[in-house]
Ligand binder design. Structure first.
Ligand code: CP
Length: 316
């Protein structure tokens, strides 16, 4: 694998999940692959899990890792071509990404959407420029429209813990106080639509995701109906795709509670984290036996390690 930006970059999803679960059993078996190889992790936005789990995965593979919060520590980047740089930007992404490609063998990039211009965000302009100008294999650490390392870890978690074939998996919208990107739900939907699960999306009217990511899913505005007999419930807030980046009030009753869980098949509850307690997801669920959120975050290491291993195997 030379690029990991979405599920479409994976030729065999089941094999990648199996690889991740195998690495979980034997984390240090492939240290020879990463010897004298370097991973650069470039963050334009904050992170806890993605940063630490990807760093840990690379260390397990014997790689050296360099991390840069480029938004705080680097020169202000110019992202557009044809600009006379007489303002606040100091370095063009063409040179910056090109230089990174000289220092490391694999690059990871995190770049969130602005949520102002849908066409620009959904073009993945910034992420694609890092891919183009670095000239080396690139892993998405969450881009404007997708979070594939998170989705792979989510599928690993479901595969690891499912108690029956074709489990019912429900992605439910949840309340929030801010406008959040669609990257996590887009990506989760895209992976679930290709997995051996019965996949349902529940959200209030106005929060339909882009259809490109949800083909094959059952979509409903009725959360109660959606979660009936569910084996896994994936909780996540997102802002509207149309009108882009907007939030609507009046949906506080969409927060998942223990009372709602009684209608499910003792559903395990997932969330990518960070989560706002008693707003997006109830504390009683987070602190109870049905929560998988920490286990799921733990699996981020094995997802990242499976992807990095696949990339290392293709490095000349
Ligand atoms: N889930 C996730 O990506 O967490 P971070 O934003 O902390 O990396």
């Amino acid at each position: 694998m030379k690029l990991f930006s979405s599920v479409h970059d994976v030729t065999d999803i089941k094999q990648l999940v199996a690889d991740a679960l195998k690495l979980k059993q034997n984390p240090y078996a492939d240290q020879h692959l990463g010897k004298n190889k370097s991973l650069g992790l470039i963050f334009l936005n904050p992170s806890l899990r993605t940063r630490l789990s990807t760093q840990k995965a690379a260390m397990n593979l014997g790689m050296n890792v360099m991390v840069m919060n480029i938004d705080k520590e680097g020169w202000a980047l110019e992202l557009n071509d044809g600009v006379v740089m007489n303002g606040t930007t100091v370095e063009h992404i063409r040179e910056a990404a090109g230089v990174m490609g000289q220092y490391v063998d694999i690059l990871g990039v995190r770049s969130f959407p602005g949520l102002k211009d849908r066409t620009l965000d959904y073009s993945e302009d910034i992420f694609n420029k890092f891919v183009k100008y670095s000239g080396i294999p690139v892993v998405s650490l969450e881009s404007a429209t997708r979070h594939p390392l998170q989705s792979l870890a989510d599928l690993v978690t479901i595969t690891e813990l499912q108690k029956r074939p074709w489990p019912k998996v429900v992605l439910t919208w949840a309340p929030h106080v801010k406008a959040l990107p669609q990257a996590v739900p887009n990506s989760f939907a895209e992976w679930m639509c290709k997995a051996e699960v019965d996949f349902v999306i529940a959200h209030p009217e106005g929060y339909a995701l882009c259809e490109d990511f949800t083909k094959g899913a059952t979509i409903t505005h009725n959360q109660q109906e959606a979660i009936r007999d569910a084996d896994f419930i994936y909780v996540k807030n997102w802002s509207a795709y149309e009108p882009y980046g907007k939030v609507f009030t009046g949906h506080d009753d969409w927060m998942l509670t223990n009372a709602k869980l009684t209608q499910t098949n003792d559903a395990k509850v997932m969330h990518c984290l960070p989560v706002r307690r008693d707003l997006e997801l109830s504390a009683e669920i987070l602190d109870g036996p049905n929560s998988l959120v920490v286990h799921e975050a733990g699996n981020r290491v094995w997802a990242a390690q499976a992807v990095l291993k696949s990339m290392l195997q293709e490095l000349v």
